[in-house]
Design a protein around this ligand. Structure first.
Ligand code: NDP
Ligand code: 2IT
Length: 444
């Protein structure tokens, strides 16, 4: 058996209760097979893959806080510092009731390769908690965030580990966490990204993941002789990534006909009204059931169902494993030409294989949604310089980064005889830089 299979088995044996982490490891390692086979002796001697799949550090802690009724609540906090071969640990904080170690480890593992693909000096990490910010008051969210940082502060820092947003963590939560960190440490440093514009945040960070997703999608289509203009796009989610994906898709002349949340989804045949969507989600933090009030010709459906809507381009932007084999079959049957992952690992392994085998252009999340963390790295640069760049400057750098990522993953796919298999291209390109840095730095 080859080195790749040995390591997949080892990870399953050591982490039997972590399905998402095993899934992410399998997806990456299987597509590295050609590179690993070419370098097997050297990599085995260095224990490279064993070291790559074991986080540098996993921190798990208690987060007690008091709710508005005076009751004590206790959540669990996590930070997985996975790999800092090419830069300080960097990755978001997910606040969602489903959060557990398996989910944080899968996200941290993905982040290593994603961050490498940006071409910027950032390592991989991820954190979170099973706290649910939905339906909590601002005061309760503050209470949780302060308690979370009371423990986490000792493990993070501008040159050590720089957290940011993810599901459930937006500008409000980052502000509360930054404030508490500053108070405890007494230093003013760029320890978080996604900060508000008045205290060190970068213009363009809010839009970056969604915009970057569309820049990469546009480039992938162009490379394959297609134009995004006038295409029908389906999107899942209605959070940060989904909203700005919809904004840029419409700007580029496509028509977005769906968005969703965890209760249901909207079909708007005339194209999603972004101003209405932003009002519901960004201003009132409300549910999508409200949308029909403003757009009477739209439909609201309970549960899942977005992938049954015919489209040219599908952009899953909600959460992991939200696009199954059955969904992939429906997309192919309806003539979908491209899938680009705004979320992390939204497509199951079987669905990914089916899409690629059936000629659908498939951009994996670690490439397609890398614009968020890339712009976070630009925020870190601005903080170090003590300067703020204009929106146009940040946006043009973001676009350049996304185009470079696409060229890099396309050329690496071809280099290993897997033309147009951008999963293989992304994993190889992301891995090689990290592997070289690890081998240059001895055994750790
Ligand atoms: P938000 O919290 O802003 O939005 C998440 C959206 O997805 C909401 O509409 C939410 O619905 C929906 N959603 C979340 N969990 C589920 C679930 N279990 N089932 C169904 N719907 C769900 O998060 P983001 O937009 O920031 O993140 C979305 C995805 O993009 C995640 O996979 C994240 O890891 C990834 N990502 C985010 C980046 C960023 O910069 N923010 C960067 C790169 C990737 P509801 O409100 O009902 O919960
Ligand atoms: O998954 C991701 O890349 C993010 N949630 C963004 C991480 C970051 O540090 O900006």
């Amino acid at each position: 058996m080859g080195y790749v299979d040995d390591i997949i088995k080892l990870v399953a044996k050591k982490n039997p209760a972590e399905p998402e982490f095993n899934q992410a490891v399998r997806e990456v390692l299987v597509s590295l097979r050609a590179v690993v086979d070419d370098n097997e002796e050297k990599y085995r001697r260095e224990g490279l893959l064993e070291r790559l799949v074991e986080p540098d550090r996993q921190i798990k802690f208690k987060v007690p806080w008091v709710d508005d009724k005076g009751n004590v609540q206790v959540n669990t906090g996590y930070r997985v510092q996975f790999n800092n071969a090419i830069g300080p640990y960097k990755g978001g904080i997910r606040l969602h009731p489903s959060v557990n170690l398996s989910i944080i480890k899968f996200l941290g593992f993905e982040q290593i390769f994603k961050n490498s693909l940006t071409g910027l000096p950032i390592g991989g990490g991820k954190g979170g908690s099973d706290f649910d910010p939905k339906s909590k008051s601002d005061r309760e969210v503050l209470s949780f965030c302060r308690s979370f940082i009371t423990e986490l502060y000792r493990y993070i820092g501008a040159d050590v580990d720089v957290p940011a947003g993810d599901i459930g963590t937006g500008g409000r939560e980052i502000g509360y966490m930054f404030g508490e960190y500053k108070k405890i440490k007494g230093t003013y440093e760029g320890v978080f990204t996604g900060k508000g514009l008045t205290y060190g945040g970068s213009l363009g960070r809010t839009e970056a993941t969604g915009f970057g997703l569309l820049y990469l999608t546009e480039e992938m289509l162009k490379y394959n002789g297609l134009d995004i203009k006038d295409k029908t796009v389906t999107i899942t989610g209605s959070g940060n990534v989904a909203i700005y994906a919809a904004v840029k898709a419409e700007e580029l002349g496509a028509k977005v006909v769906t968005v969703s949340d965890s209760n249901g989804w909207i079909y708007d045949p005339e194209g999603i009204d972004i101003a209405v969507l932003k009002g519901i989600k960004e201003v009132r933090r409300a549910r999508l059931t409200e949308y029909k009030k403003y757009r009477p010709n739209s439909e609201y459906h309970e549960g899942r169902g977005v992938w049954s809507v015919p489209c040219d381009i599908a952009l899953p932007c909600a959460t992991q494993n939200e696009l199954s084999l059955e969904d992939a079959k429906a997309l192919v049957a309806n003539g979908c030409k491209a899938v680009a992952e705004g979320a992390n690992m939204p497509t199951t392994l079987e669905a990914t294989e089916y899409l690629i085998e059936n000629g659908v252009l498939f951009a994996p999340g670690k490439a397609a949604n890398a614009g968020g963390v890339a712009t976070s790295a630009l925020e870190m640069t601005q903080n170090s310089e003590r300067l703020s760049w204009t929106f146009e400057e940040v946006d043009s750098k973001l676009k350049e980064i996304m185009v470079n990522i696409f060229n890099n993953i396309a050329s690496n796919a071809s280099r290993y005889g897997a033309t147009n298999n951008y999963v293989i291209g992304a994993n190889i390109a992301g891995f090689e830089k990290v592997a070289n840095a690890m081998m240059a730095q001895g055994i750790w």
